[in-house]
Design a protein around this ligand. Sequence first.
Ligand code: FES
Ligand SMILES: [Fe+2]
Length: 378
Amino acid sequence: MSMEVSVREILAIYDENAPLSEASTIPAPWYVDARIAELEARTVFSKTWQMVGRVEQVQKSGQFVTANVAGEPVVVVRGNDGVLRAFFNVCRHHAAAVVTEPCGQTSILHCPYHGWNYGLDGSLKGMPEFDGVKNFERQQNGLVPVKTETWEKFVFVNLDAQAVSLAEFLGGLVKRVAPLGVGKLHHFDRRVYDIHCNWKVFVDNYLDGGYHVPHLHKGLNSVLDYKQYTIEIQDRYCLQSSPMVASEEDSATGATRTGDRAWYFWQYPNLMINCYEGYMDTNLVLPIDVDRCRVIFDFYFGDVSDARRAYNQQSVAVGARVQDEDLGICEAVQRGLNSRAYRAGRLSVRREAGEHLFHRLLAADLKGGAGNEAAAAD
Ligand code: FES
Ligand SMILES: [Fe+2]
């Protein structure tokens, strides 16, 4: 008899039907078992809409962005007909990446390996030294398409050809974000963090309804009215929001985090959108392996003129400080999840409804996916 606990048994530990007042977190093995990470790649990241770039990067024909989604290389490119398309960035000849830059503009997709050329619509245009090859249909050897759509400033792809539309996937988030006018903001800067924790630890930390803010983020706490913090969950999103107050203790935070309210949106599974007046940052959480993730922060401002540069840089620095405070705690949590002393934890009814939603959505995808895979194997 095998000593190893099966994936099915690990999934069964979590009860997604428990109400918040009786619920526990997803169990520790979900954060440390490589088989769960592999199941997530297949049933979560290969099935959900994933943000891969900004609309402004693919505005003109020939402009492209590349990304890696659930281990799959993807390219999104604007055609000469103005249509935005995505493809697996895998040459039909011997599988090299056709587009090798993160973003740019081109008139043709040219494979660097043996020089095959594809049009911006993915069709195979030419293959050097291929005369005499029999039973080869050029029309059947275009780049393999991937679904792509845009929302607000963002470009998304979905590896699942059966996926619902992006608008349906985002659900109530679309209406909730619309009044904030993020379309008027301009991209300013990017910060990338590699963190020694499972990607879900970072998401959990984000979704604890401000629970950790007074303890871990003293500067940020000084501008939020913590007692008035609200948590709204619907569809696949959670909105955490707080009225803003003037900071007496922290002038850098007070100067760069302004307006009536702070808006913190999370969209399942791995995207956060944080807004203050004239400000937005997005956080995209990408699993690297079971105990490492990469978080990409993009910063946007209403005014990105030179006159405003120093202010915007100060604002990014305030964000980076909060991030550093979160980083250490996420790595400590990952170590604790590996401990034999920990199995799962309870949730605060006042604060942790967002985590509860996250865990239930995840459980549905993992259990549904595992069930389908078992059925397919029978
Ligand atoms: S792999 Fe692309 S041309 Fe050979
Ligand atoms: Fe935090």
